[in-house]
Design a protein around this ligand. Structure first.
Ligand code: NDP
Ligand code: TDO
Length: 476
């Protein structure tokens, strides 16, 4: 029986992210008791809040049972319920620590946290050893393991019982030597080029631009969208093999502001803008991914300008409310960028294209001049998102719109008319109240301009939105 009064403690090791944990074991005349996994105390001591979803036990009859070396696409928290093992771990992740080794004995008073991609192995030192581990993904037959031979001469694990005398499976005998191992792709490390990105809503304005810029920046991007890929489908999101990705960029949204006010639109907007991001935040948390989510200044009532990142939400309409719901879920993911933008223009349906079309058709529109803000071209929005990822900027919320003067929608419309060779005076300025009088539409914030100082402090300055507008019109 093992009893120890040592305090709970967490130690780092030469393998980055691999932690050794001392557990307190309370013994008395009946036996012993330990808190084997205690989230609150352990996270306070530095263990990742890794979100275990499955508990496995492998029971070993004899001394000398040796298993490994297996690196899996999920994190593990390993301990023994009874018995004792010699544990050996080898970093099989690509990067400078590839091949680093750590060994220690595990009795009931010791546990280890094994990050995904670190090879795990053990040898039993006592009969009837129950080796138990928590994992943060459900086992799947499709999961990609990385293996290393227990007898590899380079890492030279000092097995207490020589492998010739040990009890091994045929499968474990056949694993490759270190030189032949394909390193486990780096995950959970600072994001940057080479990382695998899932872009949701990839057919939208922002999604299209992201797919193009991510490829140019050296990321491996996979784009998904409705109808095949619905972020609001919780069961489908939970069943996805997230080990295939390092980063999620959510460009999916319901963006029909007036449509969100209708009986059919209201639940649809909430599904896409709140339930969907919550599903992605859960997946990002469980699987250790970085989540980038895009939000809107319509989460504010627009009574003040410019909007700072820490302004409390005060949405006026259903679209803004549903986006605020999504934001609240996303900020709970440990590794997130919440990018708030406004007045987006890219490849798709947008205000600039609507004005260009009216101008070509000889229509003289009335356009609101009391809603002010700045256009955001998807070229800048995608570039800013990639900048945050590539520079490993601190996680959190960032405003990201175009730079330059704060203007009204009427100013934008006049500029479109003028640049297309029409008389800008064909655009009649009007108040929002007049424009929407008698219509059942969404209330909109009057002041939309975003304070850009935080994103600029990371070294990214978006282009002047009116200059971008000229270039966009020239290419229509
Ligand atoms: N457009 C704007 O003016 C502004 C946009 N934003 C935000 O910027 C982001 C990008 O906007 P933008 O590119 O203009 O949006 P788009 O409307 O152009 O694209 C959104 C994409 O998401 C898809 N989508 C909708 N619901 C789901 C779902 N449940 N699962 C998967 N995909 C879905 C849409 O498919 P389908 O077309 O079939 O519905 C569409 O392809 C959004 O978060 C938006 O809220 C913020 C401020 C202003
Ligand atoms: C077509 C048209 C629009 N308007 C007004 C309506 C509206 O208040 C404003 C802009 O028109 P839109 O249809 O682009 O507005 P809207 O769909 O509300 O735009 C918003 O979309 C969501 C998704 C966001 O997150 C916001 O940042 C914002 O870009 O101009 C006119 O005054 N005259 C017109 O002829």
């Amino acid at each position: 029986m093992t009893t120890t009064a040592k305090p709970l403690g967490v130690e780092t090791t030469p393998i980055p992210g691999f932690l050794r944990i001392d557990l307190t074991v309370h013994g008395d005349n009946r036996g012993w008791f330990k808190e084997n996994w205690q989230r609150e105390k352990m996270v306070a001591l530095g263990l990742p809040d890794f979100g275990p979803v499955q508990n496995n036990i492998s029971f070993n009859d004899e001394v000398g049972v040796t298993r490994g070396i297996h690196a899996e696409p999920w994190d593990k928290y390993v301990s023994v319920a009874t018995g004792r093992v010699f544990g050996a771990w080898v970093d099989l992740r690509e990067g400078p620590s590839f091949g680093a080794v750590y060994t220690c004995e595990i009795d009931p008073s010791v546990a280890v946290f094994v990050p995904r991609g670190v090879g795990n192995a053990y040898q039993t030192l006592e009969p009837s050893t129950a080796y138990t581990y928590l994992v943060n993904d459900h086992w799947s037959p499709d999961a990609q393991y990385t293996f290393l031979n227990l007898a590899d001469e380079t890492v030279a694990v000092p097995w207490p019982i020589p492998l010739d005398d040990a009890i091994l499976s045929d499968k474990d005998r056949a694993h490759p030597r270190l030189a032949a191992v394909t390193p486990f792709p780096a995950v959970g490390r600072p994001a940057g080029p080479g990382r695998r990105v899932l872009v949701t809503g990839a057919n939208g304005q922002l999604g299209r631009e992201l797919m193009s810029q991510l490829a140019d920046a050296g990321y491996a991007a996979t784009g998904v969208d409705l109808p095949e890929f619905d972020i609001s489908d919780a069961a489908a999101m939970d069943a996805l093999d997230w080990s295939a990705y390092d980063i999620i960029i959510n460009a999916a949204a319901w963006t029909n502001v007036d449509g969100a006010e209708t009986p059919e639109g209201r639940p649809a907007a909430w599904r896409a803008n709140a339930t969907g991001p919550a599903n992605l935040a859960r997946a990002a948390t469980r699987h250790g991914l970085t989540l980038v989510h895009v939000s809107s200044e319509y989460t504010f009532d627009g009574t003040t300008e410019p909007h700072a990142e820490d302004e409390p939400p005060s949405p006026l309409g259903v679209y803004g409310q549903s986006k605020a719901g999504g934001d609240a879920a996303v900020v709970a993911a440990p590794s997130h960028y919440l990018v708030r933008t406004s007045w987006v223009v890219g490849d798709g349906k947008n205000f600039v294209r609507t004005m260009a079309s009216l101008a070509e058709r000889g229509i003289a529109p009335k356009v609101v001049d009391d809603q002010t803000g700045r256009l955001t071209f998807t070229t800048d929005l995608a570039a800013g998102i990639i900048h945050l990822l590539s520079s490993s900027a601190p996680h959190g919320t960032y405003n990201l719109s175009g730079e330059g003067p704060v203007v009204s929608w009427a100013d934008v419309a006049k500029r479109v008319y003028e640049r297309l060779g029409h008389d800008p005076s064909e655009v009649t300025p009007i108040t929002t109240e007049e424009y929407f009088a008698g219509q059942d539409v969404a209330p909109r914030p009057l002041k939309s301009a975003l304070d850009l100082s935080r994103i600029k402090s990371t070294g990214f300055t978006p282009g002047d939105s009116m200059e971008r507008l000229d270039a966009y019109i020239a290419n229509l």
